[in-house]
Design a protein around this ligand. Structure first.
Ligand code: 13P
Length: 255
């Protein structure tokens, strides 16, 4: 198992926070704090209406911009939705798909996650695919089955070449926004299970090359221990990504 085979990626998921004006301010604050960080890829996934300002503020820096969802159709009568092509034209490079908040509150299923993954990859976006168990599932000891199922269905129709543009984020739902972080060993174990699923489908080499992040109450204090684990290649950060100094510290811990 060799961590050096894959890219460390720290991504912020701003969720429904920051207006366009706040976006400009936050990114301008973050820029000098991370400008020397070259060994780790930095991504900010912002609300749709913030994309334009985020792309402008991050121009010519090492910060990449992502979105938090994408529709699976190319275009058409889908009121309120945003297509992959629209995101690409706005300068977006990454998109989060299947976040647990979308599964919980907006009817996202493994099948719709799969459709979005295919649409995003076919259009040329990079995908941050979220998987993770809820508390009852962990308590009933079915975490492995749950994340394996979510990963397998999300990646139906994704071939080895397309996998290069996929990052997987293991986000135990019970750890999101709760301050209750998974232990480094728990995170490492489940990221390892996901890597085994990838190895079965794509072979060991492709699995070894895929970045798998942990997400769920990761912060400036606990990130070093989590990121030191062999199967944890980065983080998907919610709350702490809203504070430039904290987010920058996590990026430094990933180097
Ligand atoms: P928190 O870091 O706020 O727990 O959120 C994690 C998350 O959901 C990132 O996508």
């Amino acid at each position: 198992m060799n961590k050096k085979l894959r890219k460390a990626i720290i991504a912020g998921n701003w969720k429904m926070n920051n207006t366009p004006a706040q976006t400009k301010k936050t990114i301008n604050e973050l820029k000098p704090l991370v400008e020397k960080c070259k060994k780790c890829e930095i991504v900010l996934c912002v609300p749709f209406v913030d994309i334009q300002n985020a792309v402008k503020a991050a121009k010519d820096t090492n910060i990449k911009i992502g979105a938090q969802n994408v529709h699976f159709a190319e275009k058409g009568a889908y009121t309120g939705e945003i297509s992959a092509q629209m995101l690409l034209e706005c300068g977006v490079e990454y998109v989060i798909i299947g976040h647990s908040e979308r599964r919980q509150y907006f009817g996202e299923t493994d099948e719709t996650v799969n459709k979005r993954v295919l649409a995003a990859l076919n259009a040329g976006l990079k995908v941050i695919l979220c998987v993770g168990e809820v508390l009852t599932e962990r308590e009933q000891d079915v975490t492995s089955e749950v994340v394996s199922r979510q990963t397998k269905i999300a990646l139906l129709g994704v071939d080895k070449k397309m996998l290069k543009n996929v990052v997987i984020a293991y986000e135990p739902v019970w750890a999101i926004g709760t301050g209750k972080v998974a232990t480094a060993d728990q995170a490492d174990e489940v990221c390892g299970i996901i890597r085994n699923v990838l190895a079965e489908k794509y072979g060991a080499k492709a699995a070894e090359g895929t970045t798998i992040q942990y997400g769920g109450s990761m912060n400036a204090q606990n990130s070093a221990e989590l990121l030191a684990k062999v199967n944890v290649d980065g983080g998907l950060i919610g709350g702490a990504s809203l504070k430039p100094a904290d987010f920058a510290q996590i990026v430094k811990n990933a180097q």
